[in-house]
Design a protein. Structure first.
Length: 686
């Protein structure tokens, strides 16, 4: 038999800072292998375990291949196959009827199931703008930290990731880089081989923390206290770059006064760490050049998360770390990309309408809201794409209750029958990254990547863009922009700012970013300086200076729930994505709660025992693992498993809350108190 094989360049679509370039090998129309692109310097030929098995996901036996219509009760997972025309006609008719009363009763719900500019919000945003649907405040991952960067540095900007290889001190703050930022970790390892010191700050003793020179295991939600205490030491020992402060910062005197209130003894007590760790880190940071900080989003998922990121983002300016390419800070580089969102999303289609804004992090409460003058109309229709809110949204007991409403019309665009899809009225099968066009920015480097389809859509699946085009046509949206094909949308995303021919030729294009972008100031703030004091925050009634804000659920405040819980991602999943890929689930095993030996002994808990993790919001069950990865007083609920794959049909978000962060309106997944107890056996059955 003759075998015709060829390769197609693509890009990883998942929510990871690395945004890898990959190459798909296709034989006789079948994708047989996905490999890292060796020609892309940030990927360097290597993919994570998850994405290297992407063909297993694309050809999964449970892949949705045809539209489905609900036949049983909400949440039962009972559906029948229907044609695309039947599904789309019914959906368009229902949305039209609702919109005729009030289009704000329709809500899109999406996030980063794909990070692509086209299959993400490209055509979807045009559709919902034209409809006049409620806006979704997309906060569930990074909005507190993102807002903090905007208030301090002027945008989601930072040092170029490749220069970490030449840093002499790297502080990895709130990141398990080995699991969630693999290609940065390779740079950190290169720096380590060249003599750099690596320090990891994280409540959990992660795989990354184990391989750093030092691990600072602070309590969840105390990062700002640590950062302010580091400033205290920089000031009192005069490890400062006075010229950089004078020339390129704003609000120094106020920050100095604030920091001097945080001697190491005070911070050590709040953080639950030795004083010596604070003083040693301050000395290293103040005297080592170049020094770099790699922040990630875990540390901003608490009440004071925005303030914490602001405090950390002030540190490089104090010591003049920005002067050198290998100095500074990186949380996100996404603000460096010139995405032409107006041309792509077409907000002009609103035609003067000003829909309400609903926060995706409070979807549980919002779906149960009957409507009011302040809230607006009751949500009557929910269109879910690129997300699995029943599994990933906080306080999932309420989320499920909302999705079970018989009067809620729910449409889910998906690859698999997830927890959310189980609650749909219609499920529409969507394409995976190997089957469609897309274009990608990154939040970990500064390259634009193009994804070209390697294979035809599997079964009857359709692209997100095709689905929204078809709905627009049925609803009489005749604007020319609804005829744009996906390649046109890819070209629109960056316009003339990126050479599209270069993207076609090699799959990626590097943005012209200076090697040390803030060596001479020039921050994208209104003042052009690193703003220790934010006048905009002050105008909103907030503290213009960063400060430590205690958690909503402060340890020691509840005798009933004495343990703090964080819920970092399982290494082989990405939130709820990849959970149903059998080879990856085999590696993870089963839902686990890591608990320190001291806390386990107090509760009579042993490794392998089924436990209840509970608070006033609910409970979930999983196996306990007595582990040094957990610090005393803190348990680690590794997630996010699909609820229906959990021992009791729930997951870790059963106990998280719908409280919000200090800025950015984000969720507080790691600001959560619980108790843990062994599951009592009745006749040997839990």
């Amino acid at each position: 038999m003759n075998t015709t094989a060829h390769t197609i360049r693509g890009a990883c679509p998942h929510d990871c800072p690395d945004t890898c370039s990959f190459v798909t090998t296709v034989e006789n129309g079948i994708a047989v292998r996905v490999q890292g692109n060796a020609e892309h310097r940030h990927t360097d030929g290597a993919l994570c375990t998850k994405v290297s098995r992407y063909t297993e996901r694309t050809y999964h036996p449970e892949r949705l291949l045809h539209p489905l219509k609900r036949t049983g009760p909400k949440g039962s997972g009972q559906f029948e196959r229907v044609s695309w025309d039947e599904a789309l006609d019914a959906i368009a008719a229902r949305l039209s009827a609702i919109a005729e009363r009030d289009p704000q009763a329709v809500l899109p719900y999406s996030y980063a199931g794909t990070m692509g500019q086209v299959q993400g919000e490209g055509m979807a945003a045009r559709f919902f703008h034209k409809l006049g649907a409620s806006f979704l405040d997309r906060t569930i991952c990074s909005s507190a930290g993102g807002e903090a960067l905007v208030q301090t540095l002027g945008g989601k900007v930072g040092m170029k990731v490749e220069h970490f290889a030449h840093s002499k001190l790297i502080v990895i703050w709130g990141s398990n880089s080995i699991g969630s930022n693999l290609h940065f970790w390779r740079l950190a390892q290169q720096a380590k081989r060249d003599g750099a010191r690596l320090v990891c700050i994280d409540p959990r003793r992660t795989e990354t923390a184990e391989k750093c020179h030092e691990h600072i295991a602070l309590r969840p939600g105390t990062d700002a206290a640590l950062a302010l205490s580091l400033m205290h030491q920089l000031i009192t020992h005069d490890w400062l770059d006075h010229d950089y402060i004078a020339q390129h910062t704003l609000g120094w005197e106020g920050l100095r006064e604030r920091a001097l209130q945080w001697p190491p003894e005070r911070a050590a007590e709040i953080c639950g760490i030795p004083v010596q760790q604070i003083t040693d880190l301050a000395r290293a940071y103040g005297t080592t050049k170049p020094a770099a900080i790699r922040l990630n989003y875990g540390m901003q998922r608490v009440r004071g998360g925005g303030n914490a990121v602001r405090a950390v983002a002030c540190l490089p300016a104090l010591v003049g770390a920005w002067r050198e390419p290998a100095g500074g800070l990186l949380l996100s580089s996404s603000g460096m990309f010139p995405v032409n969102r107006a041309a792509l999303h077409r907000p002009d289609l609103l035609a003067g309408k000003s829909p309400r804004i609903l926060n995706m992090s409070t979807i549980g409460n919002d779906l149960l809201n009957e409507g009011s003058v302040d809230f607006g109309p009751k949500i009557e229709a929910l269109i879910v794409y690129n997300s699995n809110p029943v599994a990933v949204a906080p306080e999932s007991g309420k989320v499920v209750q909302g999705f079970l409403r018989e009067d809620l019309f729910t449409v889910v665009l998906e690859h698999f029958q997830t927890d959310t899809a189980d609650h749909a009225d219609f499920i529409l099968p969507a394409t995976t990254q190997l089957e469609h066009w897309d274009i990608h920015a990154s939040y970990g480097h500064t390259d634009v990547l193009l994804n070209r389809p390697a294979i035809e859509p599997v079964g009857g699946s359709r692209t997100n863009t095709d689905i929204f085009r078809a709905l627009a046509q049925r609803m009489g949206f005749d604007d020319a922009c609804f005829q744009d094909d996906d390649e046109t949308l890819c070209r629109t995303a960056f316009g003339s700012a990126v050479d599209f021919q270069l993207l076609l030729d090699q799959g990626f294009a590097t943005l012209p970013v200076p090697e040390a972008p803030y060596a001479n100031g020039g921050f994208p703030t209104a003042s052009g300086r690193c703003e220790f004091f934010s006048a905009r925050l002050a105008a909103q009634g907030q503290d213009g200076l960063p400060d430590h804000l205690p958690n909503h659920e402060l340890q020691g405040s509840s005798a009933a729930y004495p343990l703090a819980m964080i819920s970092p991602p399982a290494r082989n999943f990405l939130n709820s994505t990849f959970v149903n890929v059998q080879s990856l689930r085999d590696i993870e095993g089963e839902p686990l709660l890591e608990i320190h030996a001291d806390d386990a002994a107090l509760r009579g808990i042993e490794t392998g025992q089924m436990v209840r993790v509970f608070n006033d919001r609910g409970e979930y069950r999983c196996k306990a693992k007595v582990s040094t990865r957990a610090r005393p007083g803190v348990v680690n609920g590794l997630g996010i498993w699909w609820r229906k794959l959990g021992p009791a049909g729930t997951n870790v978000n059963e106990v998280t809350s719908q409280h919000l962060t200090d800025m950015g309106r984000g969720p507080v997944f790691y600001d959560c108190l619980v108790e843990v107890a062994p599951v009592a056996l009745v006749a040997g059955v839990p």
